[in-house]
Design a protein around this ligand. Structure first.
Ligand code: ADP
Ligand code: MG
Length: 638
């Protein structure tokens, strides 16, 4: 069959262009990527033979080899792993599966300079395509274990690639790079130099558990072919003593597991001995992946059994709200045949998971004091995900609240923890006040904030969509009730003030009883009640929710998700110290039983209601009518 020519998928083409024009300065990593793929392929083959004993595969000497040819300027990385079928080659090498690619490319386009682009590439990690940083032609020959027909893939990275069948391909995959002509003079940059290659393997791939073989640097005795040596130590990092592993080595393992090119923020090691023995090596990444909030995002913890890789993204080991944690868990007492279903029901696994979760949370807690800078990065990248835990993980709710931080009226830029909020609470204050909303600015100018500002009370400003949800189900922190300032009645006065205020309120209540009853009736279709406010100082009116009602933002969220939500009637609160409201009362009192003047007053009531809605970012039920009434009024003032 003749070679077929295919076009790269658009995103793949864009990425390749960037690789060819090399906006990434550390080109050495191409080798790490190829070795990482080979290592995965060997893991997969071992697993498949374990599960399927009819698979015709040779597993007698699984390894990776690196062969360089100085004269031809080629470099080959070969493995005898799982290989790929014809269709898999087209699927896997011609397209980019990562669901965050589009977003990533968009950001890349907007990146200001080379450094910013490089940082983005680093966060994304481009895998196999990294070969095109150093090669102007790449040839991949592969045969899937168990199949007889092999496939040859070839490309110069410029838009198209060819695929053809080959008869004599060995099991597994070889990737041959024709190296770019540049930098040939210097041994240090020459990717055919045995020293250079050895150095790269040692630096980036030493922990790979499969042998990586290379011809020895020096020829054998009497000029014979150099002997073949294994270059890596093959020791699993988590099996080595803590002191013997460097931060760089941990980083490289992290990069192999996560396909991220940047260093992790934090490394966590754990060990359990006794009846259920395991080692864990977990990482907190330094940035969120592009697809963290997309469906199908994988959890990054790999399961090993006695040093043998068993599965990626083992969901039994991490709850979804910790889906960003990467790492390895190596259990000594599981069967190599263990399935996901069995893991989900295993009590030992459940206990292990609980310990891992606690360890991750306590690590974050330690970060808060040991390296506040890292904690801030962590919270910026993953805080939104972590807060999902407040809804899912009752057992760790307190620990989660301890490590969470929020914007607050106290601090213009920084965030505060609940703990420090509580430490700052005023005498007599027994609740933690918060407000939810779309932006800090909108909340700060909200009428709900007025009385709190006047009294110098701190209010937490919650802007993440998930905040709307968890605040409904978390009643308190450290014995202090969490109180929305836009819900229920607020009572901010001291005892003395209270008595005075109580008397005043009583009097006002009597004065306003008529107006309130009338307005409640007028606006009864859309409102539950019209009452006097104790939270307003500047604005004439505001909308509040009943203590147990769903907030307007949450109501909108449910609607946006296509759920049927019955219309929830809110409460309109009036500020009796505002001239508009006191004049309204007088006008209503003077009205008597004149029906004509009533129409105009009813319109005023409607306008007051509309203003209250707008001041909080709410929606008017009939905006056209509102602006007509408003225009009418304005005209009369001229
Ligand atoms: P990633 O490793 O992040 O998935 P890569 O670009 O490195 O992305 O590789 C893309 C896919 O191509 C891999 O997921 C794998 O399925 C396949 N692949 C690459 N190299 C090999 C190999 N040596 N053997 C088998 N499959 C491979
Ligand atoms: Mg890869």
């Amino acid at each position: 069959m003749p070679a077929e020519t295919f076009e790269f998928q658009v995103e793949a083409r864009q990425l390749l262009q960037m690789m060819i024009h090399s906006i990434y300065s550390n080109k050495d990593v191409f080798l790490r990527e190829l070795i990482s793929n080979s290592s995965d392929a060997l893991d997969k083959l071992r697993l498949e033979t374990l599960r399927d004993d009819t698979l015709q595969a040779d597993t007698s000497d699984l390894h990776i080899s690196i062969e360089a040819d100085k004269e031809k300027r080629t470099l080959t990385v070969r493995d005898n792993g799982i290989g790929m079928s014809h269709d898999e080659v087209v699927q896997l090498i011609g397209t980019i599966a990562n669901s965050g690619t589009a977003k990533f490319l968009r950001e890349l386009k907007e990146a200001k300079d080379a450094a910013a682009s490089e940082e983005l590439i680093g966060q994304f990690g481009v895998g196999f395509y990294a070969s095109f940083m150093v090669a102007d032609e790449v040839t991949l020959v592969t045969r899937r274990a168990g199949e007889s027909q092999g496939t040859r893939w070839n490309s110069d990275g410029e838009g198209t690639y060819t695929v053809e069948s080959v008869d004599d391909a060995p099991q597994g995959t070889s990737v041959t790079l024709r190296l770019k002509p540049e930098d040939t003079e210097d041994q240090l940059f020459d990717y055919t130099s045995p020293w250079k290659l050895r150095e790269i393997v040692k630096r980036y791939s030493d922990f790979i558990t499969w042998p990586i073989r290379m011809a020895a640097a020096a020829p054998g005795e009497d000029g014979a072919e150099p002997a073949v040596e294994t270059v890596n130590s093959m020791k699993a990092l988590w099996a080595r003593s803590k002191d013997s592993v460097t931060a760089e080595e941990y980083s490289e393992l992290y990069k192999h597991i996560s396909h991220d090119w940047t260093d992790p923020l934090e490394t966590i090691r754990m060990q359990a001995e006794g009846t259920f023995e395991y080692q864990a090596l977990l990482f907190l990444p330094s940035h969120a992946p592009q697809d963290l909030f997309m469906q199908g995002h994988k959890r990054g913890v790999q399961l090993y059994v006695k040093r043998v890789f068993i599965m990626d993204d083992c969901e039994a080991l991490m709850p979804t709200y910790l889906r960003f944690v990467k790492g390895v868990v190596d259990a000594q007492d599981l069967s190599l045949n263990v399935s996901r279903e069995i893991l989900q029901q295993d009590r030992q696994i459940e206990m292990m998971r609980r310990r891992l979760v606690k360890k991750v949370l306590s690590t974050v807690k330690e970060m808060m004091s040991a390296s506040p800078e890292n904690y801030r990065t962590f919270w910026k990248e993953f805080g939104r995900v972590l807060k999902e835990g407040l809804l899912q993980d009752f057992e760790n709710r307190d620990a989660l609240l301890e490590v969470s931080s929020f914007a607050s009226t106290q601090d213009e830029e920084g965030l505060t923890t609940l703990r420090s909020y509580v430490d700052r609470m005023k005498e007599g204050q027994d609740q933690i006040y918060f407000m939810t909303g779309e932006s800090r600015a909108a909340m700060e100018s909200s009428p709900h904030m007025e009385a709190f500002r006047a009294k110098g009370l701190e209010v937490l400003l919650l802007t993440d969509p998930v905040d709307e949800v968890w605040v409904q189900s978390v009643p308190e922190f450290d014995g202090k009730q969490l109180q929305s300032i836009a819900k229920g009645e607020v009572d901010l006065d001291s005892d003395e003030e209270k008595e005075k205020a109580e008397a005043e309120r009583e009097q006002r209540q009597q004065e306003y009883a008529g107006l309130l009853a009338w307005m409640t009736e007028q606006l009864g279709d859309s409102l539950k009640e019209v009452r006097l406010s104790s939270r307003l100082t500047v604005s004439p009116a505001c909308i509040v929710s009943d203590t147990h009602d769903v907030t307007p933002a949450l109501e909108n969220m449910y609607r946006a998700m296509g759920e049927e939500v019955p219309h929830i009637k809110r409460i309109l609160e009036l500020n009796p110290s505002h001239a508009l409201i006191s004049s309204l009362r007088k006008a209503h009192a003077a009205l008597g039983s004149e029906p004509d003047a009533g129409t105009e007053l009813a319109e005023t009531a409607e306008l007051v209601h509309g203003l209250a809605l707008l001041s909080d970012g709410g929606e008017l039920s009939d905006p056209a009518r509102f602006s007509r009434l408003m225009a009418d009024r304005l005209e009369r003032t001229l």
